[in-house]
Ligand binder design. Sequence first.
Ligand code: GAL
Length: 667
Amino acid sequence: MATLPHRPDALFFGGDYNPEQWPEDVWTEDVALMREAGVNLVTVGVFSWAFLEPAPGRYEFGWLDRVLDLLADGGIAVDLATATASPPPWFSHAHPDSLPTDRDGRRLSYGSRQAFCPSSPAYREAALALVEQLAVRYHDHPALALWHIHNEYGCHNLTCYCDQSAAAFRDWLTDRYGDLDALNEAWGTGFWSQRYTDWAQVLPPRATPTFGNPTQELDFRRFSSDALLRLCVAERDVLRRVSPGTPATTNFMTGMFTGLDYWRWAPQLDLVSTDHYLTAANPDAHVDLAFAADLARSLAGGSWLLMEHSTSAVNWQPRNAAKAPGQMLRNSLSHVARGSEGALFFQWRASRSGAEKWHSALVPHAGTDSRVWREVKELGAALDALAPVRGAAVEADVAVLHDYPSGWASERPGQPSVDMTAFDEIRRWYAALWRAGVTADVTHPSADLSRYRAVLVPALYLISDADVANINGYVEAGGTVLVGPYSGIVDEQDRVRLGGYPGAFARLLGLRVEEFYPLLAGETVELSGGSVGRVWRELGRAEGAEVLESYVDGPVAGSPAITRHGRAWYTGTRLLDADLERLVRRVCDSAGVRPAVPGAPPGLEAVRRRHSDGTSYLFLINHTATELTAAASGTDVLTGRETVGQVTVPAGAVVVLRAGAPAGKEG
Ligand code: GAL
């Protein structure tokens, strides 16, 4: 984890700083205002390639020298970007084959950002040359605290289908399979006469008359994630060689973006950072925020950093709602509660031109006589007071399992039901835990699960034998699992596990399913215990499991719907939210899982961070429009007030209670 040169124990506060958009006299004012707000870290140069290298091989660093010196003099540390996210027009113009090509063979133009093919040798060479120059020049600059590799890899150019990508894909497949026989076997090319007899015939999954080969598509998704990861690692290696000792990160998008296999990325970085933006139309956006934060923490295996969020509206949704008063503080402290070592934003000063001029910033168009600026200063003060939280671990004894290739495979066309989404379903189960007041990690199925009391498996359609063994071993050792429908169905190459569903989990769950009966749009199915299912139902029988609820009528009447086999629970339908929450609470109770604050009222988010010396920080975030109370004691870090027994959290406000008592005694 990076630290500030001047104040290693502070939480980070700041954001993307793009001084190249402004005349130099504004820079001095910027630094003065940053100091006024308590900003201590800014990300500089994310999109400044065109200014750093205005012509091939001609580098101009004078302006950046002046910016970094000004910041260093102001005591503000820098997360210095490698500036490779947006190649300048001169580069794309000179190398048209570096532009990305879509599935239909359309080559995209430059004029926005990330307009490059991840497998373009010309891009790689130019990008690494720039990184080398930056690292050589700034590795010992006093403002440098962190390197910021690229920006949101894959946000706009996740896949490219050009000939260069085809060649790189074939190399990747050769590494994976060795020879064509193995590839034919893995891809099931016996179907539809797809057998390959020469590597030159193997292509990315370009547009085809009907469904393409699902394993080809799955491998292409894996390859595309790896192709960008190779670029990231190449940049990181330059930085490690030239600038050893300064940590490097790249900002993930752990919210709605599911394009990269971040489980493979995270171990390659010194620090996991992520960006998160609320979906304005979603009334439960704060729950998605919590999910994104918990996923970032789990990827990091501990502390992480919120690299970007917004002070108010974004500009890329259909209707961009401004944040309500107090919402920015709530959002920021939700991230900190869940392990972020600070809160950074896009961006410092609102742009006056360009594609994002209607995006909010710390300094809005209106200037400092504004609500946003006053709340920015308030947040700076709150983060300053919360500095002692730094390094404290988040308490979570439930894990929700999450795997990218499994989601990619199950969301392909040609499945039993388009409604069997995976990533949304994982979030829906996570939301059930959130409503139950339970803090969760979002964990990969290969992770060590032994420290969790309960593990939820909402949607793991694809799973390797090794991961199945990991989950079985966890339950054998006394762990509790709850598995959702259409899990354990195929192996890593998307080949069906034969002999009855749910394939890999049938023995663990003590049941055998022989046929799926997906429901039509809007249809529901009643269960014998009063629960209601959507989307999915199945024909099967218990083989050792206790049937808790079965289907009441229709073609699978009498088949088990909710079962329990020792500590292995199962639901074979997608329960309505309230019923899912009920089941999740029941499973958690059976495993001895306790919420951070038992009995906390709905809408009061409660998360605890604890230092190894026992000092804990209980974050209580009121997402409702009315005052809420909960049983908790401690000193309010933001006001200094003592609370004994019961705490009141005003509407929309945040209270953070510090307590020194050992686990379980203070709240
Ligand atoms: C992020 C990106 C920023 C800015 C921001 C706007 O995806 O990294 O550069 O575009 O979104 O919300």
